[in-house]
Design a protein around this ligand. Structure first.
Ligand SMILES: C[S@@+](CC[C@H](N)C(=O)[O-])C[C@H]1O[C@@H](n2cnc3c(N)ncnc32)[C@H](O)[C@@H]1O
Length: 206
């Protein structure tokens, strides 16, 4: 287990850290074959991917029952959420949606090897029946207006969307207001100074 993982996750159980370490090693093994994350980010994966993902778990209200992660790719942030939730004894169900079959196979492999219960939907988000999720997350999937179109059918009443966004997030928010009503709060990212996690509630069409 790398000391970096211990520093990044000081308050989780040993079992959770071991699961994260196993995930990290599988990511490094599979990445040259299916490009789950940019290869240049692999050496700093604990910070760039694992700690970055953990932010949404910490921001969500604790009482969620269904969490859906859209466009999960290599599992960020959704699979990290599932590992942290399992470690905390959280009873909620996490679904990862990823249309690329090879990436979905990777997600199922990590879930099986770490023993973390997670549902992997290997399909396009647009093809899913409504998920009625209390929390929806997505990182690096689409600009905000398009992301709202993808997420909206899957939100339960009083749901929260937690979206990682880069430096252009203010412009994306302005663009989205042409089409959508919502309350939004930005949380400065702990892993990248110009990035944020946007917390969006009460999303409805204009
Ligand atoms: C840029 S990657 C980001 C992956 C991951 N969220 C991350 O931050 O590392 C976007 C992922 O979304 C998936 N994706 C894009 N559009 C999708 C759709 N309409 N339905 C399901 N998955 C989609 C792609 O296959 C890809 O794996």
């Amino acid at each position: 287990m790398t000391p970096v993982l211990e520093e990044a996750f000081p308050n989780v159980s040993r079992e959770t850290r071991e699961r994260l370490a196993l995930y990290d090693s599988l990511l490094k093994k599979w990445n040259p074959v299916i490009n789950l994350v940019s290869p240049s980010t692999l050496t700093a994966a604990v910070d760039r991917h694992f700690r970055d993902s953990a932010q949404v778990f910490a921001l969500a209200d604790l009482d969620w029952r269904r969490w859906t992660d859209l466009g999960s790719g290599g599992g960020f942030p959704g699979l990290v959420v599932a590992i942290l939730a399992a470690g905390a004894g959280h009873p909620g169900r996490v679904t990862l949606v990823e249309s690329d079959q090879r990436k979905a196979t990777f997600l199922r492999t990590v879930a099986r090897e770490t023993g973390v219960p997670v549902e992997v939907q290997a399909s396009r988000i647009e093809a899913l029946p409504p998920q009625a999720s209390d929390v929806i997350s997505a990182r690096a999937l689409a600009p905000l207006p398009a992301l709202f179109r993808l997420a909206h059918p899957h939100l339960a009443r009083n749901a929260t969307a937690l979206f990682h966004k880069g430096a252009g997030w203010k412009k994306e928010l302005d663009d989205a207001r042409a089409e959508w009503r919502f309350d939004a709060k930005s949380h400065t990212s702990e892993t990248s100074p110009e990035a944020v996690v946007l917390e969006v509630r009460e999303l409805s069409h204009v």
